[in-house]
Design a protein around this ligand. Structure first.
Ligand SMILES: [Zn+2]
Length: 275
């Protein structure tokens, strides 16, 4: 063994949490640059997951966010158990995310424009949509229709929460119906898709935006590639569930990097007559 490799071996390991390896490009990143910035890899600009609160801080003017329905929590009518009980999973999710549910909703201003904002938190049970996520978003949309406030929903979700079965699935229809009423009231809705936006979330409110924006390289789809391949028995095009592919096919309207997201949304809102 050479001296260099012996010295390398004696070097203490990188402490957890101080440096991390970029999960996209492998670059070693000083974690503080991720914590204090927009959570982008400085080398490849990979967009790391943001919590709901981080997303709100990024989009909403300081001190203007007023949360709605923050205390709403789900019940467990099916007494669902898979690898553990649903209620235990909720407790763990609360501890992990610091949130009471997978969506945070409220109102605030963006560069002075008043908006109704809903943000999903992927760290709470994969941002899954159960009764509370559906109800919070529906109330957000209904209040926004009454007050004529533009709605923005930032999705990060694995889809409908299976632990609530049909009650979870019903949220797709409920949120979609609320958005139809918002459309009838001629109030704009901007949907922001982040990595990942899949399942019943994609099949309902996430794809119903008057304008649909995605963060670069986000995974966006309904079912996973394996399921689709088995169903249609065809090879799938490379990268077919990425934001860029969907933009090329016209499914979404814009791919916007995180540092430009707020300014882009504000510009759109002003174009749409919001002030
Ligand atoms: Zn990277």
């Amino acid at each position: 063994m050479s001296l260099l490799s012996r010295l390398r071996r004696r070097r203490p390991p990188i402490p957890d949490g101080l440096w991390i390896k970029c999960q996209n490009c492998g670059e070693i990143i000083y974690s503080k640059t991720l914590i204090e910035g927009d959570k982008l890899c400085p080398k490849c600009h990979y967009h790391y997951l943001l919590s709901a609160r981080e997303r709100i801080a990024l989009l909403i003017d300081d001190g203007t966010f007023e949360e709605h329905d923050g205390a709403m929590t789900p019940c467990d009518p099916l007494k669902f158990v898979d690898t553990g009980s649903y209620s235990d999973k909720q407790k763990n999710a609360r501890k992990k995310s610091g949130e009471l549910e997978a969506a945070v909703t409220g109102t605030g201003t963006m560069d002075g424009v008043r908006v109704a904002l809903g943000v999903m938190d992927f760290s709470y049970m994969g941002g899954s949509m159960g009764s509370v996520v559906g109800e919070k978003l529906t109330r957000l949309i209904e209040r926004a229709a009454e007050q004529r406030l533009p709605v923005i929903v930032v999705s990060a979700s694995g889809g409908v929460r299976m632990h609530e079965a049909i009650i979870g699935l019903m949220q797709m229809a409920k949120t979609s119906a609320a958005l139809y009423r918002l459309k009838e009231a001629r109030v704009p809705y901007i949907s922001v898709l982040t990595n990942p936006t899949t399942g019943g979330t994609t099949a309902s409110f996430a794809m119903l935006g008057d304008v649909i924006i995605a963060e670069p390289k986000s995974l966006i789809g309904f079912a996973g590639p394996r399921v689709i391949k088995q169903t249609i028995r065809q090879d799938l095009p490379e990268g077919f569930q990425t934001a860029e592919f969907l933009l090329e096919k016209g499914t979404i309207d814009l791919v916007v990097p995180r540092p430009e997201m707020k300014a882009t949304i504000v510009r759109l809102l002003r174009h749409l007559g919001c002030s």
